[in-house]
Design a protein around this ligand. Structure first.
Ligand code: ADQ
Length: 469
């Protein structure tokens, strides 16, 4: 089997025997272990004289490099996280565009491709991950790299009208066409991409379903990322610290528990969620003192301005809610800015009566799947899930909410807390079937199978007219 070369913004080596980290890292690691290969990317270091480091463990070589402050500011903090991330999550209002940052983004992609080139063997398969690296294949092709290259977009692909807010959208989209295969989380994302290709740049859909644009022939498919349900179930069931966080109600019973776990990001809908919880306590006062909400949200990208603003806003919302409603023996909202061990998170998921997952926009949202997989099959909790998470396409038996509808979310919380065991089990079983059918192994295997088997059409096929603008 040909070697696999994975390129992602960050490289997450997993040590043998250690408890598995989050989904993506495990899927990539397993794929690399199967075929041997290289995991290549940024080390997370920023310095005046960036170093490259190489470490081989078993059949995987980890190659990481540092970035200069200028590269970091322009490529990572700038174009990736202040332009692409908000626009791809439909937040034009939070996006900024700066031409130097875009040039820095292109420059770092080209620099990474150059560093990768000498490490490649002719039949290596290259798998690129996420929005930081969209132009990577084009940079490789410019260097004469002819290997098969696939790309997986972990975040949503926006509707063309939103995407065109990025001034060099045409140039950026052109770089997508140098991949052999582009993977999306949902069909909505794939269709938005196809829409852009066919309408904005007049690319065409070939009879075999592949796309031709800018003189390139490539394929776009849907590969929803999944979790490892058995591993989660085991980890969750073995956690012994259950419910240590939760207080007791006036009758001495354990309070009901709602849990949310997210990176602290404006796309996750935390402000709307806090408001919905407050509305729920106001509209259904009978639940007061009988329920506690735990929100775990470690800070991320804290040097990007919009992330500092959302953090402040959440602290103020949480303070307001607890100040208004808490009692000496009851704190309605526990807002924790810490990262937690995976073992503890899965145990908390299992203990919680509701998984409250309400992003305004999310590529997939693995927390939704992890919450369901962690449940006790004999007494499962209820998933309350935003229609704007990719996961809502598969987890149709969750209570699906619209995160812009505060009262609707409050009603869903009330309904979930009152739901009969029979209905909870029905919904859980249905969701578990979906989770098993599209687990992490299926995501990895299906993508790599399609990438390995794709044969591009000859450039000037009889029916294909190419309109390269
Ligand atoms: P994220 O936006 O980071 O991922 P998500 O899919 O929920 O979002 O994945 C987060 C992962 O980190 C989960 O495995 C979760 O358990 C873990 N995690 C979150 N908070 C944690 C904490 N406090 N402590 C420890 N672990 C924590 C991006 C896209 C998503 C897409 C994924 C994978 O934005 O839409 O689902 O990639 O493709």
């Amino acid at each position: 089997m040909s070697r696999l070369v994975v390129v992602s913004n960050r490289v997450a080596p997993i040590k043998e025997g250690k408890v598995a980290a989050g989904g993506l890292a495990v899927g990539v690691y397993d794929a690399l272990r199967q075929s041997g290969g290289i995991w290549f990317g940024w080390s997370g270091e920023v310095s005046a004289t960036p170093q490259t480091s190489t470490e081989t463990v078993g059949n995987i070589t980890y190659v990481t490099m540092g970035l200069t402050k200028r590269d970091y500011d322009q490529y990572y903090r700038g174009f990736s996280n202040a332009t692409l991330w908000p626009i791809f999550h439909y937040r034009i209002d939070l996006a900024r565009y700066n031409r130097e940052e875009y040039e820095g983004y292109r420059r770092v992609n080209a620099m990474l491709a150059e560093k990768l080139k000498p490490l490649l063997q002719p039949d290596d398969i290259i798998w690129i991950h996420d929005y930081h690296l969209i132009p990577f294949a084009e940079a490789c092709r410019m260097l004469g790299i002819r290997n098969r290259i696939g790309f997986f977009l972990h975040i949503p692909f926006p509707a063309p009208e939103i995407l065109t807010a990025i001034p060099p959208h045409n140039e950026l989209l052109k770089t997508f066409c140098y991949y052999d295969l582009i993977g999306f989380q949902t069909d909505t994302d794939r269709l938005a991409f196809q829409d852009y290709v066919t309408r904005e740049v007049r690319g065409i859909i070939e009879p075999d379903g592949s796309l031709t644009a800018y003189g390139q022939n490539f394929r776009a498919g849907v590969y929803p990322i999944g979790v490892m349900p058995d591993e989660i179930q085991q980890t969750a069931a073995s956690y012994r610290g259950r419910r240590q966080l939760i207080g007791r109600n006036s009758e001495g019973g354990l309070r009901q528990m709602i849990i949310s776990v997210d990176r602290l990001d404006y796309s996750k809908g935390l402000v709307e969620r806090f408001k919905a919880y407050e509305t729920f306590l106001d509209r259904y006062p009978e639940h007061r003192r009988n329920v506690e909400f735990i929100q775990i949200a470690p800070t991320s990208r804290s040097d990007v301005k919009t992330y500092q603003a959302i953090r402040q806003q959440l602290e103020s919302e949480a303070g307001h809610l607890n100040g208004r409603l808490s009692d000496l023996d009851w704190t309605p909202l526990h807002y924790l800015n810490k990262s937690h061990e995976r073992r503890i998170l899965m145990g908390l998921f299992r203990s919680a009566d509701i998984g409250f997952v309400t992003p305004l926009r999310d590529g997939m949202n693995l927390v939704a799947k992890e919450y369901v997989a962690a449940q006790d099959p004999n007494d499962p909790g209820v998933l309350v899930l935003s229609r704007f998470a990719g996961a809502a396409r598969e987890l149709t038996s969750a209570l699906i909410i619209n995160p812009y509808d505060t009262v609707g979310m409050a009603e869903a919380l009330d309904r979930a807390l009152r739901m009969s065991l029979a209905e909870r089990k029905d919904r859980y079983e249905h969701m578990m079937r979906a989770i098993r059918a599209a687990d992490l192994g299926a995501w990895r295997d299906n993508f790599l199978r399609d990438l390995r088997s794709f044969v591009s059409r000859p450039k000037a096929s009889g029916t294909a007219q190419v309109f390269a603008l």
